[in-house]
Design a binder for this molecule. Structure first.
Ligand code: F2R
Ligand code: MG
Ligand code: MG
Ligand code: MG
Length: 375
């Protein structure tokens, strides 16, 4: 079944809202946030909307960050070119960064943009490959912007393999590390799946992600999807050293996805500390993407202290409350939730206060109305 306009809009606007609202808490690394603090902030946003209504000049517009800046480039490039045009995409990322470098970009990705501009885009993928002494960035910057590609894929019926090719190419413009590439694909595929699934079945959803990532991780040499001790799948810090009890065998997307399945099938909502220990909510793609998927799926059920909030609202508030990379995780969870529930579940007040939400609404319509025969 073809996805509706409402779900296209939900996916793109949901991503912007998560970024804007989550960015208020992004700087609080290591601090406990919790539902109470997020709710105080959300209630101020909603109160402000009641006072200012639909006035054209919004008083407290919350600015979007790099997540939305880059996602917008993905959206606009795919629309303009009716598909992937790597040079155009790289140019949009770079020009956007050079126009507004203060949007809270990752610590190292600016090097890629400067190098692309300095070399006049001679080698689109070269600068990213050179990052971190040739290891490439494992940051979540590829995943945080990829959702529009998942939406676009529903317009031109891309199968899994073609979607992966597109996602990989968009990601590799800035991120060449295998974890960043796989994490971006997982996010992209989750958005596509949310858009095309007719019935809300969380176990079917997570099972399809697990099956898909088993294939993806098996195909990547040295990244087998199993828990054999010693499987060398990580270029991040071995968590055994950091006292979390993890080891390299847990550093796969499949391992995290299976944890999600276990968590969402419990009778009781897991304690925050347990969730944070397993998913970490960090800046790496391996931590952030499963964290976002978990928040979305757990929020299909009631969340403690959020009994009077709808499923989309729960997804965003719960994601932010768990701390860490709040803008990015809420943005990715927001895209999946928006794709699943549609624009109707996104409060008008949240859209009103978030810079870029109305533009995302328009972009989604444009993408939805693309003529199939031209693609
Ligand atoms: N940068 C942030 N948040 C920090 C606070 C911003 C604040 N508002 C401000 O303005 O100062 N958020 C944004 O960055 C994340 C996406 O990052 P991206 O695009 O992946 O960037 P980068 O630079 O490639 O990687 C991020 C950091 O990860 C570490 N790292 C990555 N790969 C590594 C490797 N192979 N070896 C060692 N370290 C590696 C580095 O510390 C990088 O700087 C999103 O959260 C977005 O919201
Ligand atoms: Mg950001
Ligand atoms: Mg950094
Ligand atoms: Mg972030």
């Amino acid at each position: 079944m073809a996805a509706s306009l409402s779900r296209f809009q939900g996916a793109l606007v949901g991503g912007v809202i998560g970024d804007c609202l989550g960015s208020e808490f992004e700087a609080l690394w290591g601090q406990k946030i919790g539902i109470g603090k997020v709710m105080s902030f959300i209630m101020k946003v909603e109160d402000d909307y009641v006072k200012t209504g639909n006035k054209k000049h919004r008083r407290n517009l919350i600015e979007f960050t790099d997540d939305t800046a880059m996602a917008r480039s993905v959206t606009k490039s795919l629309i303009q070119n009716r598909g992937l045009h790597e040079r155009d995409m790289a140019k949009r990322f770079t020009e956007e960064y050079l126009r507004e470098p203060g949007r809270g970009y990752g610590g190292s990705v600016a090097t890629v943009f400067r190098s692309l501009a300095d070399t006049n885009y001679a080698d689109i993928y070269g600068p990213a490959r050179a990052q971190f002494d040739g290891q490439g960035s494992y940051g979540n910057g590829g995943a945080m912007r990829i959702s529009p590609a998942g939406v676009f894929s529903c317009r031109c019926n891309l199968d899994m393999q073609k979607l992966k090719e597109m996602s990989d190419k968009i990601t590799m413009i800035t991120h060449s590390n295998i974890q960043a590439i796989q994490g971006a694909f997982l996010q992209c595929y989750a958005v596509q799946l949310a858009l095309r699934m007719e019935k809300l079945d969380t176990n079917k959803f997570i099972d399809e992600l697990i099956t898909t990532m088993e294939t993806v991780e098996k195909e990547s040499k040295g990244h087998e999807c199993d828990d054999r001790p010693g499987t060398d799948v990580s270029t991040t810090t071995d968590d055994a050293e950091s006292g979390t009890g993890d080891n390299k065998s847990t550093q796969t997307f499949c391992h995290r996805l299976n944890k999600i399945k276990e968590f969402i099938n419990r009778d009781e909502q897991p304690q925050d500390t347990e969730v944070q220990t397993v998913f970490k909510f960090d800046i790496s793609a391996l931590d952030a993407v499963p964290a976002a998927i978990y928040c979305f799926l757990q929020s299909t059920k009631k969340i403690r202290d959020l009994e009077d909030r709808n499923e989309f609202e729960r997804t965003i508030i719960y994601s932010i409350s768990l701390g860490g990379d709040t803008d990015t995780i809420a943005s990715m969870a927001g895209s999946i939730a928006g794709a699943w529930y549609g624009i109707e579940l996104i409060p008008a007040s949240w859209q009103h206060c978030s810079e870029g939400a109305y533009e995302a609404l328009k972009d989604a319509k444009e993408m939805f109305n693309l003529k199939m025969e031209n693609i």
